[in-house]
Design a protein around this ligand. Structure first.
Ligand code: BTN
Length: 255
């Protein structure tokens, strides 16, 4: 069963090019191909199920049939846009949409994981190609949101992954999809405004926590002092304040 593309298009008043499929390997893979073939900005591809959903750092993303939103959005940013800001906008957009549609508050773990009740419920994977002049030819923004608990549970992921709702509800996936698209594109027009990083920081739960971060071969242990205006995580290690532009951190006092 695929999502109802017409319902999402109606809820978003035709602002985007909505496509839905019952199954694909990865919406990022499929949309990347469409990007190369010239699909326009605002094309959004949703799959009810991914057979090879991908996460960051070469990991897989569990995408069972009808349990979540697995989708990718095609962007063609003009000028020099920051990939970090685009993914920050996506994280904030998902949190805002979940609050507006379901009344639930999500928090953000840098760089772009969203948590609900101590479980990861959403991951974001942006992939892009450059235009050779310092800009983007295209950027495929992939979002995976676990909305309903999968029928067989999360299996070996159950200590880490969670879902927003225990029971399936008719029409929720389409409403969330529409709200995420609208919230995302509202922020996409304001990537350089300080309010974006303020909204991001207000949901970040790493402040003051002790973390371990990987930077290349290096493992860095420190206290999170904040997130700067470009989205870098500021790690306090003794007297030094180290900005991390990318990567992942592990919390010491957290599962
Ligand atoms: C992560 O948590 O590491 C990122 C997960 C991103 C998953 C989404 S689901 C839709 C899109 N297609 C993919 O293959 N991955 C992204």
């Amino acid at each position: 069963m695929s999502l109802d593309a017409l319902k999402i298009a109606a809820l978003t008043e035709g602002r985007y090019h909505i496509k839905t499929v019952a199954q694909t390997d990865s919406t990022n893979n499929q949309l990347r191909q469409e990007a190369i073939e010239g699909a326009p900005e605002g094309t959004a591809l949703f799959a009810a199920h991914q057979t090879a959903g991908r996460g960051r750092m070469g990991r897989s993303f569990f995408s069972p049939e009808g349990s979540g939103l697995y989708f990718s959005v095609l962007l063609r940013p003009q000028g020099v846009a920051s990939g970090m800001k685009i993914t920050a906008a996506a994280g904030v957009a998902v949190a805002e949409a979940v609050r507006d549609v379901l009344g639930l508050e999500l928090s953000i773990k840098w760089v772009n994981d969203l948590y609900y009740k101590n479980r990861k419920v959403c991951g974001i994977l942006a992939e892009s190609a450059t235009d050779g002049q310092g800009g983007f030819a295209w950027c495929v923004l992939g979002i995976g949101l676990n909305v309903f608990a999968p029928e067989g549970g999360f299996g070996e992921l159950s200590s880490i992954a969670g879902a927003l709702l225990d029971q399936r509800q008719e029409g929720i996936l389409e409403r969330l999809a529409a709200a995420i698209l609208d919230r995302f594109f509202a922020w996409y027009d304001k990537l350089e405004e300080p309010s974006l990083m303020e909204a991001y920081r207000s949901r970040s739960f790493l402040q003051g926590r002790t973390v371990t971060a990987c930077r290349g071969e290096q493992r860095l242990r420190g206290t999170v002092a904040g997130i700067d205006e470009d989205g870098a995580l500021l790690l306090q290690i003794g007297e030094d304040l180290i900005p991390l532009q990318s990567g992942e951190v592990q919390l010491e006092d957290y599962r």
